[in-house]
Design a protein around this ligand. Structure first.
Ligand code: ADP
Ligand code: MG
Length: 287
């Protein structure tokens, strides 16, 4: 039978906007020692803004148009920002052969011209040599007809409570705060430093995130639980693999909400420490 205080705990959590899918997750949460975060949409807002266009070998507005058109079928935060920066209505009948490669970018045919937009990994795989970008930010390289056409620098911002959330987690005695991201090393390291994450792994594909979590699961004592927190864009598999998967409910995808054990209704990372706090209180009452 489930002790009554667990029901109170689940109820208390839900009043805070934290949806716990079962009392077993509340119990596990009270033993959390490792918190693994996704970056984009979890620690950061996942709302990118175009900060600049560099090394363009075609007119800059044309470069942005190609990128926005190629990205117009994607729901990734990067795609949304490019379409927003383009500003005009997009006639999707001009786009065909769309292929979205998770953790890399997209390829598509726009007005009969092949366009690729994404990170260095995508460019490498297509055999396109690309220019390094000197600034810190997420870079979308664009290739047109198989040749490098320039890159668009976009920047994201931390969520307002991210730093405080990590401080609270440290106070609660977490052993490791880890960040996993598909984004470039430079961006990952600057975000990690700013928020106080101790371990950072960058340039990971969704499958690499799963292997990284499996590696961490193997190394730690069974009694110490591992939590993964993600927005679920590309990380539903890792949400289910962790001892406890926490998803952002507002920005997150349906797949993430489905795969998660706990859902934060308002996407506020500060709710993670609140939930752990509630779980510990329940456990003290039960035992
Ligand atoms: P994170 O792990 O930070 O949440 P994702 O796994 O969603 O990020 O994406 C990882 C990286 O893959 C991005 O930083 C970007 O470089 C590239 N990427 C993914 N989707 C797209 C896209 N639609 N357009 C351009 N680049 C993309
Ligand atoms: Mg993400």
């Amino acid at each position: 039978s489930i002790p009554l205080s667990f029901f109170a705990g689940i109820g208390g959590a839900s009043k805070e906007g934290v949806l716990v899918k079962g009392s077993n997750y509340l119990e596990a949460l009270s033993e959390a020692k490792y918190i693994v975060f996704d970056k984009t949409g979890t620690l950061t807002k996942g709302v990118f803004e175009v900060a600049g266009i560099h090394d363009a070998v075609i007119p800059e507005d044309k470069l942005l148009e190609y990128a926005a058109y190629a990205e117009s079928f994607s729901s990734h935060p990067i795609s949304r920002s490019l379409c927003k920066a383009y500003g005009k209505e997009i006639d999707q009948t001009r786009v065909s052969d769309v292929n979205e490669i998770s953790g890399e970018g997209v390829t598509a045919v726009v007005d009969g011209t092949s366009v690729a937009a994404g990170n260095i990994k995508l460019m490498k795989r297509l055999g396109i040599e690309c220019k390094e970008c000197g600034s810190v930010g997420t870079v979308v390289h664009v290739a047109v007809n198989g040749s490098y056409a320039g890159h668009i620098l976009i920047s994201d911002q931390l969520k307002p409570h991210t730093k405080q959330a990590l401080e609270e987690l440290k106070k609660l005695g977490m052993k490791k705060l880890v960040m996993l991201t598909g984004d470039a090393k430079r961006v990952a390291e600057s975000v990690a430093k700013e928020v106080g994450v101790t371990d950072v792994y960058s340039e990971l594909l969704p499958a690499d995130k799963v292997s990284k979590v499996e590696e961490l699961l193997e190394k730690k004592p069974v009694k110490e639980k591992l939590v993964f927190v993600g927005d679920g864009i590309n990380d539903a598999p890792v949400l289910s693999r962790a001892d406890i998967g926490i998803a952002m409910g507002a920005l997150g995808s349906d797949a993430a909400i489905e795969a998660a054990d706990i859902v934060l209704m308002d996407d506020d990372p500060l709710k993670i420490s609140k939930a752990i706090h509630i779980s510990k209180k329940c456990i003290r009452i039960v035992y």
